[in-house]
Design a protein around this ligand. Sequence first.
Ligand code: ADP
Ligand code: MG
Length: 757
Amino acid sequence: MRDDILDRVVGMDTSLLTALGDKTARPLARQLELHTVGDLLRHYPRRYIEHATVTHTSDREDSRFRPGEHVTLLGTVEKVTGRRMRHRKGHIVEATVAVGAQRFTCTFFNQPYRERDLGAGTTALFSGDLSRYKGGWQLAAPEFSVLGPGVSAQLPGLIPVYPATRKLRSWAIMMAVRQVLDVFDDPGDPLPEVLRASHGLMSLGDALHRVHLPDTREEQVAARRRLVWDEAFGLQLAMAGRRASATTRPAAACPRRDDGLAAAFDARLPFALTDSQRAVGESLADALAGTEPLNRLLQGDVGSGKTVVALRAMLQVVDAGRQAVLLAPTEVLAAQHARSLQAMLGPLGRAGELGADPDGRATRVTLLTGSLGAKARREALLDAQSGSAGIVVGTHAVIQQGVAFADLGLVVVDEQHRFGVHQRDELRSRPGPTTPHVLVMTATPIPRTVALTLYGDLDTSALDELPAGRQPIATTAVPARIRPRWLERAWERVHEEVAAGHQVYVVCPRIGEEGGDEGAEPAEPLPDHLAGDLLDPEAPPEEDDDEAADPTERPPLAVGEVAPQLAEGPLSGLRLEMLHGRMPADEKDAVMRAFGEGRVDVLVATTVIEVGVDVPNATMMIILDADRFGVSQLHQLRGRVGRGAAASSCLFVTDAAEGSPALTRLERLAATPDGFEVSRLDLEVRDEGDVLGAQQSGRQSGLHMLSVLKHEELVAEARDEARTVLADDPSLARHPGLAALVRSVVGDERADFLERL
Ligand code: ADP
Ligand code: MG
C-alpha cells in the first residue's frame, strides 16, 4: 500500500485508509472520527513531555528524591489492585510501577476504571508529586499517558500527548502521525508570503510537521503560533466578510428631529441619563441618520439602563416614519418589555387612544407573541403591516416567521446571548431595497477577544456605569447544611422586607409539579459564547457505571414543591405566587402583572425571570440550590433586585459542603459585584479552551487551538489583516487559498458570504 501511494500526492484531503492502510486507519475513524490526513494532522497534541525530564531508571538514587517533588516517570506497571476502602467511603486503585530497579505506588481514589487502564505490563508516563508511603514512594492521582509495551527506545525529544481514548492511545496516534508525515507532500500555503513575513510565521507545511514532532520547545511554540494564526485569520475573514455583506444593501436613513417623539420623550424622562447612556445615544443617533446599516452590539451590565437607550433609538426611527421592532428571548420578557415601553412612553405611546399626547405626537406599541389568540394576533399583524404600530415587541420566534412590516427601520435584539450569528444574518436579509439597522443588547459582558471573534460582524458600545443612587446588592452565600440557622433567618428577613413594603423573589432550578418533568426546564443554557464543553478532555470517555452520581444526591428543588411548602411554612401569611415557563401565557402574564403592581409579595419562580424582568420594588432574592446554576446566570438573576433606591440583598442558598469548589465559587461570586469580573470568573471556572469550540459547533469547526483568553492580541492582529485583505479583494477571488482557509475554519455554510458578494 505505502509503495503505490508514494507515487501520488498525499495532501490534507487524502483518506487515511489510503495513507495508512486499513488496520491503522480504522481505529482512528472509529474512536476519534479522523478520516483524512487533514483530520489527523489537525488532531494536535494537547501537551508535550520533555524527554530529558523523564526519570527512566534508577539513574537517580532513592535518597535523591524528595517528598513534594514533581516528577515524570517512564515506567511499567507490575501489579494493579482495586478495592473498596474499609474505613472511609470510597474506592482505591493502587498500581505498582517499576522504573528500573525503583518501585513507585500510584494511587487513584474513586476511579475504579484505572484498574483496567493500567493493567500489568502497561508502559506509561506518570507525572505527579512524590510523597512517602509505607516506606516507599507514592504518586497520588498522577496524570499519566499510556504508551504501550516496550516503546521507550522510540521516544523523541518532546513527546506529544494527544487527546486519546482508552481504545486508542496517545502513543498509537503519535505513530500514525509519524507515518503520515513521512509521505505527506507540502500542502502549499494559503497565507500570502508578505503576510507571513510581516507576522513572522513559519510555512504551513513546517508548522504541521513541527507541531507533532518538535525537537525543541521553541519550535513547538512557533508551530502553534502559525496554526493558531490560521484559525484566527480564517474566522476574522469570515466575520469581516459578514460585516461587508451586511452593508452591501443600504439602510433607510432616519435623521434626527427636534420636534418629534424622541425629543418629547427626552423632555418627560423622570431621571437624568447617565453619561454613558448619553454618549452611546449620540453615537446611535448619528449612525441611524445615515444609510450605512447600523450593526451594533451594546453591552451593559444588568441594570445599566439599556432599555432607555434602545427606546430612544427606536423613537428616532419612528420619527422618520418607519418602524422599530424589539425582540426578546421569551414571552414573559416580551410582555414585560411591551409594558415597560408603554409605561415609559405614557401619552406618547397611545396613538389613537384616549389620553394620547395632545400635540398629536404619539405612536403605538404592539405585542406580538405566539400565545396571542387568533383575533389579537390578526390585529397585531395588521398593526405591523399597516404601520400603525411604530414599535412592535415580540419573541424571536414569532418575528422570524416572516411578519410583514410597513417599513422596518430598526431591529433591536435584547439579550444577545440567545441569538446567534445566523439569526442576525436572517434579520438583515429581509426582502426589500433596504436592510434594517440592527442593535443587539447583552448584559453578559464579553471579553474583547470573544467579542471580536463571535460578534466580529458588529461594532460594540458599552454602558459602563450604573445610574446614580443604585444600591449595591448585598450578596451572601448561605451554606444551608452547615448553617441551617442562616436559612431560618433568611425567611424571617423575607417577612421584614414585606412588612417594609417590598417584594421578594425565590428562585428554584426546576419546575416540578405534574411529575416526570425532571429537567423539563433545564436551567437556562449558558450564554452560547460561554457554554463550553465542561467535560475535562483528559477524563476518560464514556465511563460506564463507574462514575455514577452519588445515590444520596437529591433532585434539584422545584417551584411546584417549594412554593406550597413555603406558603404553609416559613412564609405563611404572605401573598405568594408561582411563575415558570410551562404556565399558560395569560397566567404568566397575570402573575407578572400582579407582581409588578405590588399585589404579590413573594414570587417563587424558575429562571424565567432571569433576564429583563424589572420590578424596582423587589429588594430581596433567595436562590435555592444556587450551586445548580452557572456563574453568569446567577449574576443575571441577582440583577433582578437592586433596581430601585432601596437597599437590596441576594442569598445563594446551597447544600454544598464547607470548602467544596461549589461553595467557594458561590462565595467568590457573592464577593464580586462587577459584571466584567464575573465573566472572567466564569471563564476561569470552566475550561476556557472550548468556549469558541462550542459556539462554532464543536467537531465540525476548524477551530482547534484558538483560545479567546490567551490569544487576544493575535486575534486583533488577524482582524486588522482580514479587513485589509477584504477591502482589496472582497470575495477573495484572487486569494483562493484564503477562501479555502475560511471554509476550513468556519465550514461551508458560514462561508456563504463569499458567494453572496
Ligand atoms: P438593563 O440594562 O438591565 O436592561 P433597564 O433598562 O431595565 O436595565 O433599566 C433598569 C432600571 O433603571 C429601569 O427601571 C430603568 O427605568 C432605570 N433607569 C434607566 N436609566 C436610568 C437613569 N439614567 N437613572 C435612573 N434610573 C434609570
Ligand atoms: Mg434589559
